[in-house]
Design a protein around this ligand. Structure first.
Ligand code: FAD
Length: 420
């Protein structure tokens, strides 16, 4: 047994022998793959999903993923589906799945295999994580904490609250954890919290979008991250030539903070001189409320500290997401990592240099022994771009807890399939 890792030493021994129980939080592509990897190695798993398996990818609907099949699927996944269904034909590795195809042809069949099906708890959000015997305030040695079991509190939609125990937690909650506020500096606007459930959630192009929500209406959209840009592009494709349907797109004044995609889109809209699109620069939404007729009243803060008011029929927030730690009793936050010399780095420290972030995010060890954060990259340029990185993280976690640096089930299974 060793706590020596390729980049240094940890103040606890991360190895875990099977049979042990792994609690997987999140039933997206990363959680499903991680659970599968664990099952192939003989661990018990429990997967907790707030809604249903792969719902975000299903919502991505008929839009193509940014990467081909070869990079969003794994040898392990194909082997598991093939074992269940002898007629399964591996999709062309060069093909680009849409979100829906990825879910229906790969993720859902995987979730339905005997390896995983009975272990998935859907409509079961995990609302808290702690350990059984050790409290954070006890100041116990990390090794003692490492030997202790995890306890998760699940707020089952059907079953009510219940708890589960495990030896290790894989946090696969994705990037859509907590929306960034639409107020100045990412804070909440006055009224935002109360009106949240009234905001339009689905853009044209999303699976659950209904045209009646936008046709002939004035949409107020705030934000300029990748999802906001996607929404604007979808809107333009549907309504760009409809003078009765209007868009007010609220963006930040500084071009420095905008992505290339947002800048390109803003320039394209300018060049088109569309009369039904208005792009307003604002430091943020100071307040949002509803008028008597049900329309939304926005008060926007300008750079010179003045405010401007406008009304829209529909409101949409696309300001991005930030991570939120699960379980204040844990030593880690979802955005804290252990540095090569064992020091705990918070997300803030880690932003010192991009290289450091990259290095830390590839490492999945958090400051809580046995709690691993697996993430496809933070929301980026296209759907699925971070999945190869997440698969590498999965390989790393199991190499760490299996105590075998070179353990790579993906490669082993690929070789086995090639030899058959
Ligand atoms: C509108 C939209 C835009 C997208 N844009 C991008 C993009 O720019 N870049 C990109 O790479 N991908 C994008 N995607 C694709 C997709 O979201 C991700 O690539 C992919 O889903 C990441 O997989 P994941 O498993 O990490 O996260 P997710 O698919 O988000 O899966 C995480 C799962 O965890 C569940 N969960 C969260 N908290 C809890 C909890 N407390 N308890 C239990 N379950 C929980 C969620 O319900 C979710 O099902 C987009 C998708 C959509 C719908």
């Amino acid at each position: 047994m060793t706590n020596k890792l390729p980049w240094g030493e940890l103040p606890w021994d991360p190895e875990m022998e099977s049979p042990a129980t792994i609690l997987v939080i999140g039933g997206g592509p990363v959680g499903i793959e991680a659970a599968l990897y664990a099952r192939f190695l003989g661990y018990y798993v429990s997967i907790f999903e707030t809604r249903r398996v792969a719902h975000r990818m299903l919502d991505w609907h008929d839009r193509p993923l940014a990467l081909p099949v070869s990079q969003v699927t794994t040898s392990l996944g194909h082997a598991a589906i093939a074992a269940q269904n002898p007629d399964y034909k591996r999709p062309d590795p060069e093909r680009f799945f849409t979100g829906r195809e990825y879910s229906e042809e790969y993720l859902l069949p995987l979730a339905k295999t005997d390896l995983l099906f009975d272990d998935i708890h859907f409509l079961s959000p995990v609302v808290d994580v702690s350990r059984i015997r050790t409290h954070r305030r006890d100041g116990v040695l990390l090794q003692e904490r490492c030997n202790d079991e995890f306890r998760v509190l699940v707020q089952g939609q059907h079953r009510g609250p219940w708890t589960a125990r495990g030896d290790c937690v894989l946090d696969c909650r994705g990037h859509a954890i907590e929306p960034i506020g639409m107020g100045p500096g990412g804070g909440l606007a006055i009224g935002e919290h109360d009106l949240e459930t009234d905001f339009l959630r689905y853009a044209p192009g999303d699976r659950k979008y209904e045209a009646k929500h936008l046709i002939g209406k004035r949409l107020g959209l705030v934000g300029e991250d990748a999802m906001a840009c996607q929404c604007v592009e979808d809107w333009l494709a549907h309504f760009g030539t409809d003078p009765d349907t209007r868009l007010v797109w609220m963006v930040r004044p500084s071009e420095d903070s905008a992505s290339d995609r947002a800048l390109e889109l803003r320039a394209r809209i300018d060049a088109m001189s569309l009369r039904n699109v208005l792009c307003i620069q604002t430091l943020g939404v100071e307040s949002i409320s509803r008028n008597e007729g049900g329309t939304f009243r926005w008060k926007l803060l300008k750079e010179d500290d003045s405010t401007v008011e406008l009304d829209t029929d529909v409101a949409m927030r696309r300001t991005g997401y930030r991570y939120r730690s699960l379980g204040p009793e844990l030593h880690c936050h979802a955005d804290a990592w252990v540095s090569p010399n064992g020091a705990v780095l918070s997300g803030e420290d880690a932003t010192e240099t991009e290289q450091l972030i990259d290095t830390l995010q590839k490492r999945v060890i958090t400051a809580e022994p046995g709690y691993y954060a697996l993430r496809a990259s933070p929301i980026g340029q296209g759907a699925g771009v971070g999945l190869p990185r997440a698969f590498e993280q999965i390989r790393q976690v199991f190499a760490i807890i299996g105590g075998r640096e070179d353990l790579d089930l993906y490669r082993i299974v690929e070789q086995q399939s090639a030899n058959q």
